[in-house]
Write a protein that binds this ligand. Structure first.
Ligand code: TMP
Length: 212
């Protein structure tokens, strides 16, 4: 028996983190999880102890520390390999549930569709890095690139967030394609927080109620 693995994806500012918080308050009392199993909320980059250090390196906005596209891909991959080995697999094997703010399809969207690194290279790397661990359910919180920029206009951007609207448009297009191919649950993230979280909860109930 393994726990369930749920992922929330979307471009910067789509409200993933808020929804991870909303869902993590509800899920343990939803009746879906087995008695004694825990809910682990996590994120990428930065879901493991080493990953927290990698996150600082990856998102550093200092021009002198900017990695090449290939180095960036490998840093996100290193973060994920450690995250899977040390956090995700142990939790799922323990029958715990995991909700992650981003996972491997962020690499496909940002480094593949955004940076234009060959998608086959990314998929090959993913098959090593994910070690057989793939989400049971993925949500795509959809906002436009313009909305993403407007929502974050008073924040200091990290290195990826500084890329601007053209880059975000490519990433967003990538996410839309992946969502269609992988049959993700797509939710318009311009709705209010409660409406979005209710849609997420209903989808989780529909997907997992019969597994109990
Ligand atoms: P966050 O803001 O969702 O924490 O993610 C940090 C940034 O890292 C965000 O701009 C998206 C980017 N990112 C990638 O470019 N590739 C990846 O594989 C992941 C997980 C995140």
């Amino acid at each position: 028996m393994k726990g369930k693995f749920i992922v929330i994806e979307g471009i910067d500012g789509c409200g993933k983190t808020t929804q991870v918080d909303e869902i993590s308050r509800w899920l343990p009392s939803s009746g879906l999880m087995k008695t004694g199993s825990k809910l682990i909320t996590t994120r990428e980059p930065g879901g493991s102890l080493l990953g927290k250090k990698l996150r600082g390196l990856i998102l550093d906005n200092n021009e002198n520390n900017k990695p090449s596209s290939l180095a960036e891909l490998l840093l996100y991959s290193a973060d994920r390999a450690e995250h899977v080995s040390k956090v995700i697999t142990p939790a799922l094997n323990n029958n715990d549930w995991v909700i992650s703010d981003r996972f491997s399809d962020s690499t496909l969207a940002y480094q593949g569709y955004g940076r234009k690194i060959n998608l086959e290279i990314i998929k090959n790397l993913e098959s090593i890095v994910c070690q057989g661990e793939y989400p049971d359910l993925t949500f795509f919180l959809e906002i436009s690139p313009l909305e993403s920029i407007l929502r974050r206009k008073n924040e200091i951007p990290d290195r990826i967030e500084s890329e601007g609207i053209r880059f975000l448009e490519k990433v967003n297009q990538g996410f839309k394609l992946i969502a269609k191919q992988k049959n993700w649950k797509v939710i318009s993230a311009t709705q209010n927080i409660k409406t979005i979280s209710n849609e997420i909860k209903d989808t989780i109930l529909n997907n997992f109620s019969s597994d109990k």
